[in-house]
Design a protein around this ligand. Structure first.
Ligand SMILES: NC(=O)c1ccc[n+]([C@@H]2O[C@H](COP(=O)([O-])OP(=O)(O)OC[C@H]3O[C@@H](n4cnc5c(N)ncnc54)[C@H](O)[C@@H]3O)[C@@H](O)[C@H]2O)c1
Length: 345
C-alpha cells in the first residue's frame, strides 16, 4: 500500500524537458507522458526542433517556445510551473555544423546550461539531469572503453561545448550542492532523427537514389543506442540515480560507418554503388565505446533493442514517413554543399 502511494506521488511530479521537441527529447516526453508524469517542454524550435514529433502527446504537455539562454524566459517557466525534475537536453547537436561555426554551440550549450543551472539553484529542484555525450571523452583506437572515471578529452567544437556543459553541471553539484546527475550517452538512432545525422542521411539519400557521402573510408566506429532505450535510461536515472553521479549509457552495438551504410542499403534493396567516399571530417574521432556496467549494476538498466532489428524498424519508419523526411531535405542541401564539398572523391 505504502509503495502504491509512493508510486502515485512520484507520478505527480512535474518534469521540465529542455529540447523536448528534438529527437531524443521528444521520445523522452512521449515515454514520460505515458507513465503519467506532468511534462513541461521548453524548446526554442531551432531548425532541429519540430512540434510534429510531439503531435501524439500535445494535449498532455505544456509547451513553451523559449530560448534557454534567456534568464527571464527560464525564470518565468520555473516560477509558473515549479518543476521538480529537470531533464536538460536542449543543445546544438551536430558536429559538422560546429566545425563550420562553433559560436552557437558555445552560446547554447554552455551559456544556456549555465542559465538553467542557475535557475534550478534559485528555485530548487529534486534532480537536474544533465544530458552529455560519449564524445566528451575523445576518441579511442580499436580497443578499450571509456568508464565514468575516464578523463575528458573532447576534440570537436561540439564535444568541447558539451564537455563544458557537463563540467559546469558537476561544478554546481560540488559548489552549491545542486542535485545534478550527468548522463553520457552513445550515438542514438531511431524515428524522428533530423536527417543531418548519419543514419537518416543514408536512408534519405538511398530513397532519392543519390550518392551517399561517407567520410574517409567509412572505418570510424560508433556505438549505436536506440532512442527508446536511451529515454528509458533517462527515466530510470530520474527515479533511482544518485545526485553527483555520472552514468554512461551505451549499447555495446559497435559498427563501422560503412557497415551501417551497407546494412541500410541491404534492407532497402539498393546497391553499394550509391556509396561515395568523401574527404574525411576534420578532426574526426575514430571510435567511441562506453563501459555502461555502472548503470546496469546500480540501477538495473540495460538496452533492449538489438541493432539489426532497431535499424530495420528505423528504415521502415522513414519509408513510411517519407513526407516528413522530404520536407527537411531542402534546408539540408546548402549544409551538404558546405560539408561534403571538401574534395569529393
Ligand atoms: N543524438 C545523439 O546521438 C546524442 C548522443 C548523446 C548525447 N546527445 C545529447 O542529447 C541531447 C539531445 O540530442 P538530440 O539528438 O535530440 O538533439 P536535437 O538537435 O534533435 O534536438 C535539440 C533540441 O534543442 C532545441 N534547442 C536548441 N537550441 C535551443 C535553445 N537555445 N533554447 C531552447 N531550445 C533549444 C532544438 O530546437 C531541438 O528541439 C543534446 O544535448 C545532445 O548533445 C545526443
Amino acid at each position: 500500500m505504502a509503495k502504491d502511494v509512493d508510486k502515485i506521488f512520484r507520478k505527480m511530479k512535474t518534469l521540465l524537458v529542455t529540447g523536448g521537441a528534438g529527437f531524443i527529447g521528444s521520445e523522452l516526453v512521449r515515454q514520460a507522458v505515458s507513465r503519467g508524469y506532468r511534462v513541461i517542454v521548453l524548446d526554442k524550435l531551432t531548425y532541429a526542433g519540430d512540434l510534429e514529433r510531439l503531435e501524439g502527446v500535445k494535449d498532455h504537455i505544456v509547451f513553451y517556445q523559449e530560448d534557454i539562454r534567456s534568464p527571464e524566459a527560464v525564470e518565468k517557466i520555473f516560477l509558473r510551473e515549479r518543476p521538480e525534475i529537470i531533464f536538460h537536453l536542449a543543445a546544438e547537436s551536430h558536429v559538422d555544423r560546429s566545425i563550420l561555426d562553433p559560436s552557437p554551440f558555445l552560446s547554447t550549450n554552455v551559456d544556456g546550461t549555465s542559465v538553467l543551472l542557475t535557475a534550478a539553484r534559485k528555485y530548487g529542484v529534486e534532480k537536474f539531469i544533465n544530458m552529455s555525450t560519449d564524445e566528451v571523452y575523445g576518441e579511442l583506437g580499436e580497443r578499450g572503453k571509456f568508464t565514468e572515471k575516464s578523463p575528458l578529452n573532447p576534440n570537436s567544437p561540439y564535444s568541447v561545448s558539451k564537455a563544458a556543459a557537463d563540467m559546469l553541471g558537476r561544478a554546481f553539484f560540488r559548489t552549491y550542492g545542486l542535485p545534478v546527475i550527468t548522463v553520457r550517452a552513445s550515438n542514438n538512432y531511431g524515428p524522428w532523427q533530423y536527417p543531418e545525422k548519419f543514419i537518416p542521411v543514408v536512408i534519405l539519400k538511398a530513397i532519392l537514389d543519390e550518392k551517399i557521402p561517407i567520410y574517409g573510408k567509412g572505418e570510424n566506429i560508433r556505438e549505436w543506442l536506440h532512442v527508446s532505450d536511451c529515454a528509458r535510461a533517462l527515466l530510470k536515472i530520474m527515479e533511482e540515480g544518485q545526485p553527483g553521479e555520472i552514468y554512461n549509457v551505451g549499447s555495446g552495438e559497435e559498427r563501422r560507418n560503412i557497415e551501417v551504410a551497407e546494412e541500410i542499403l541491404k534492407i532497402m534493396g539498393k546497391g553499394r554503388e550509391l556509396i561515395n567516399f568523401v574527404e574525411d571530417r576534420p578532426g574526426h574521432d575514430f571510435r567511441y565505446s562506453l563501459d555502461w556496467g555502472k548503470i546496469k549494476r546500480e540501477l538495473g538498466w540495460e538496452p533492449t533493442v538489438k541493432f539489426e532489428e532497431g535499424l530495420s524498424k528505423t528504415v521502415r519508419w522513414y519509408m513510411e514517413n517519407r513526407d516528413w523526411l522530404m520536407r527537411k531535405r531542402e534546408a539540408l542541401e546548402s549544409l551538404w554543399r558546405k560539408v561534403y564539398r571538401r574534395g569529393e572523391k
